[in-house]
Design a protein around this ligand. Structure first.
Ligand SMILES: Nc1nc2c(c(=O)[nH]1)N[C@@H](CN(C=O)c1ccc(C(=O)N[C@@H](CCC(=O)O)C(=O)O)cc1)CN2
Length: 290
């Protein structure tokens, strides 16, 4: 029987665990970990994600600080805001919701965030540490995927893992994490020859390419564990529907476990942000006591 990995349920559990640890942390140090979320503009999807992040932060017992800036905000204003959040001791985590409007530089903003407060794990210092196997803040989506995989499979050592997609947010950090967990890792992308055959050898298949229902039955190995990171809005019978990069119905009977879309990786991304904020606060406090 195929297991449907319930990301919403697991996310609830993680936020509950984080809230207990936050309560202990606050009781011990008299400090409430603070998460600052910055939204530029009013993109509907980004607004939903930010709203859900704030809701989860409150559930986790974090201090949620929100900054809503107009879509035409200039780079200097955003740089100044990040600089003031970096200096604010009540803020332990900073997240700038992506994508930013095209006149703003995402790289400049990511690099402006203090690496210790970079709860997205996107700063080059955190990326470098992750890729060299050092302790760092880990991007939330790949972290959520690893938690789901480890709860499903336990030890991942020796598994063949294929990551479809090479983005900085998901594909590359996902590959680093799988390698750290002793998997044999392949990243496939638009220039890979015979992607389908490579995917069909994977014990673990991570789909993070942003192409609706690309991966069908012939792409998966019998018994594989499939993690679908894609969240694509398509029209079905004139109605907006969310689907993953995997054709769920087509692969379902062949795989041993699979994440659905919606309700799989998405909720875990937000839960892991709460986890990262607590981790950042713990590290900042222990550094200040050194
Ligand atoms: N600064 C960041 N920006 C972005 C990130 C990120 O990790 N950091 N990731 C994505 C968006 N994202 C979080 O920000 C995100 C996307 C989707 C979900 C989610 O829960 N999706 C639901 C469906 C939601 C819906 O109905 O539209 C699901 O999959 O069940 C959470 C977070 C890009 N930007």
């Amino acid at each position: 029987m195929t297991l449907r990995i319930d990301g919403k349920l697991l996310a609830d559990e993680i936020v509950e665990e984080v809230s207990k640890e936050v309560a202990d942390f606050t009781a011990k140090y008299d400090v409430v970990p603070g998460l600052a979320v910055v939204l530029v503009g009013a993109d509907p999807a980004s607004s939903v994600y930010v709203r859900n992040k704030v809701k989860r932060a409150v559930q986790a017992g974090l201090n949620s600080i929100e900054h809503y800036l107009p879509a035409d905000v200039d780079q200097k204003t955003l740089d100044d805001l990040i600089s003031s959040l970096n200096q604010d001791d009540s803020v332990h985590g900073i997240l700038v919701q992506l994508p930013l409007p095209s006149h703003l530089s995402e790289n400049r903003i990511i690099e402006a965030i203090s690496p210790e407060k970079d709860v997205d794990g996107f700063h080059p210092q955190n990326v470098g540490k992750l890729s060299t196997g050092q302790q760092s803040l880990i991007p939330c989506t790949p972290l959520g995927c690893m938690i789901m995989l480890e709860r499903q499979l336990g030890d991942l050592s020796g598994k063949k893992a294929v990551v479809v997609g090479r983005s900085n947010i998901v594909g590359k950090p996902m590959a680093s994490l799988l390698l750290k967990a002793n998997c044999t890792v392949t990243i496939v992308h638009s220039r890979t020859k015979d992607i389908e055959a490579t995917c069909a050898e994977a014990d673990i298949l991570i789909a993070a390419v942003g192409q609706p229902k690309l991966i069908t039955e012939s792409w998966v190995k019998p018994g594989a564990v499939v993690i679908d990171v894609g969240i694509n809005a398509i029209e079905v019978d004139g109605k907006r529907t969310l689907v993953g990069d995997v054709d769920y119905d087509s692969v379902l009977s062949k795989v041993s476990a699979i994440t659905p879309v919606p309700g799989g990786v998405g909720p875990m991304t937000i839960a892991c942000l709460m986890k990262n904020t607590l981790t950042a606060a713990q590290h900042q406090l222990s550094a200040s006591l050194d």
